[in-house]
Design a protein around this ligand. Structure first.
Ligand code: ATP
Length: 406
């Protein structure tokens, strides 16, 4: 029988990782003779959820097994043990949960997945969906992400995660390759190298059990790229995940709700730079958009926008103590640029010198030779130092689709 089992919130700020729990579960159920029906899924949900630990990830596994209740009990017991001995999630204010569902009713879960990417879901709603779909659930808040991840559909990429042996947890990660990994198989490999800081971006940080992760479009290229990475540290194992990372899934549905995402064409009405370097744009309806300094090029380019420019904005709706809500921008497309015009006094027709006004509609007098000219102010077009096109934030986001995959 085809069953999907998923888990969330198994990590904590000090140890563990939900994907690592998934890795342990897979090892255990394979020993029981279960057959995996797909790569395990690493599903990122709403990136704006304030109570996430890191990247709001849940893990789902589809398998064939005739006795689903046995699998459910195995996973639940493993969950209790993982929380107790590995992540100490319960002590760290985390709220683990698991969910199991049969193949049918996935359309209801598809809708939950969409909502979990773009909105905030209460535990009540998740439990209602569990009853509607006949899903078995156990635990607390983690049930939300678990159930939602089982409803994943659409575009995907891959990430291969390499896990450390427990004796290395908490120690510095050392690898001996500094090569630009993405050059090895671009664009089948992507998101593994930070072109701005010129360093690999595959190494995990912190005390979790992940050594490193390699991302890409093609699982074969991703797997072979791991051979380029050398380390004296013997890893525990590797797992290739199918994932919604790099697909723009968080823009699958847009909303004005707090913690939702928005895509909007606007005309710039006002632009200001606040202390610290963040840029704030106001549109024709008074809606406010913030482009943080950390977004790099995005912050620079938006600081050059002027009134009348038309742009398409991709962003996240965040609460703001000053404005009520504000849109945190992660990408813009400049659609049209206004002409930037400047009025200036005409040059002296006699000697070419600078002139000054002699009064309203009375003309200008040359400051150098005193010549009087009857003329209007000249209107000059100032070149804009930005051009139309797409601009991305420099801040890495798991779900953001890289420009070359658009
Ligand atoms: P890790 O990446 O190590 O797994 P994380 O950043 O994914 O950590 P979690 O520990 O999984 O963080 O915490 C996210 C919590 O938020 C989970 O309990 C999950 O069920 C819940 N959650 C996810 N999406 C939503 C949503 N849209 N609305 C409400 N709760 C959500």
């Amino acid at each position: 029988m085809k069953i999907g089992i998923a888990f969330d919130d198994h990590d904590s700020q000090i140890a563990g990782c939900t994907t690592h729990f998934g890795y342990s579960v897979i090892k255990a159920i394979l020993k029981k003779g279960a057959k995996l029906l797909d790569f395990p899924w690493l599903i990122r949900l709403n990136p704006n959820i304030p109570w996430k630990t890191r990247g709001n990830a849940a893990v789902a596994i589809w398998l064939n097994y005739d006795d689903p209740l046995t699998i459910f009990d195995i996973v639940w017991n493993m969950s209790l043990e993982y929380i107790e001995t590995v992540s100490r999630a319960d002590k760290m204010n985390r709220s683990p949960g698991i969910a199991m569902v049969a193949e049918s009713k996935t359309d209801v879960l598809n809708n939950l997945y969409i909502k979990a990417l773009t909105d905030v879901i209460t535990l009540d709603v998740a439990e209602k969906v569990a009853r509607k779909t006949g899903a078995l659930v156990r635990g607390k808040r983690g049930i939300i992400g678990s159930l939602a991840s089982l409803g994943f559909f659409g575009e995907f990429t891959f990430e291969m995660l390499v896990y450390r042996k427990p004796e290395y947890w908490g120690t510095a990660r050392k690898i001996s390759i500094t090569k630009n990994l993405d050059d090895f198989g671009f664009p089948s490999l992507f998101g593994n190298y930070d072109y701005i800081r010129r360093k690999l971006s595959i190494i995990s940080h912190g005390k979790d059990p992940v050594f490193y992760g390699i991302r890409g479009k093609n699982p074969v290229t991703v797997a072979s790229a791991s051979k380029l990475i050398l380390s004296d540290e013997k890893y525990d194992g590797k797992l290739m995940f199918k994932t919604n990372q790099g697909t723009d899934a968080h823009f699958i549905k847009t909303t004005k709700n707090i913690y939702g995402t928005i895509i909007k064409e606007i005309t710039v009405r006002k632009i200001s730079k606040v202390i610290g370097g963040d840029v704030i744009i106001e549109d024709e309806n008074g809606l406010k958009f913030i482009i943080y300094k950390e977004t790099g090029e995005l912050n620079t380019v938006t600081s050059f926008l002027i009134k009348g420019d038309k742009v398409r904005i991709w962003g996240d709706v965040k609460p703001s103590s000053i404005y009520g809500s504000i849109i945190d921008v992660e990408r813009i497309e400049i659609l049209t640029l206004e002409k930037k015009l400047m009025k200036r006094n005409p040059k002296c027709t006699h000697c070419g010198g600078p002139t000054e006004s002699v009064g309203k509609n009375k003309g200008f007098r040359c400051k150098r030779c005193g010549n009087l000219i009857k003329a209007e102010k000249e209107i000059n077009e100032i070149p804009r130092n930005i051009s139309e096109g797409l601009y991305y934030s420099r801040v890495y986001r798991h779900l953001t689709k890289p420009i070359f995959l658009l």
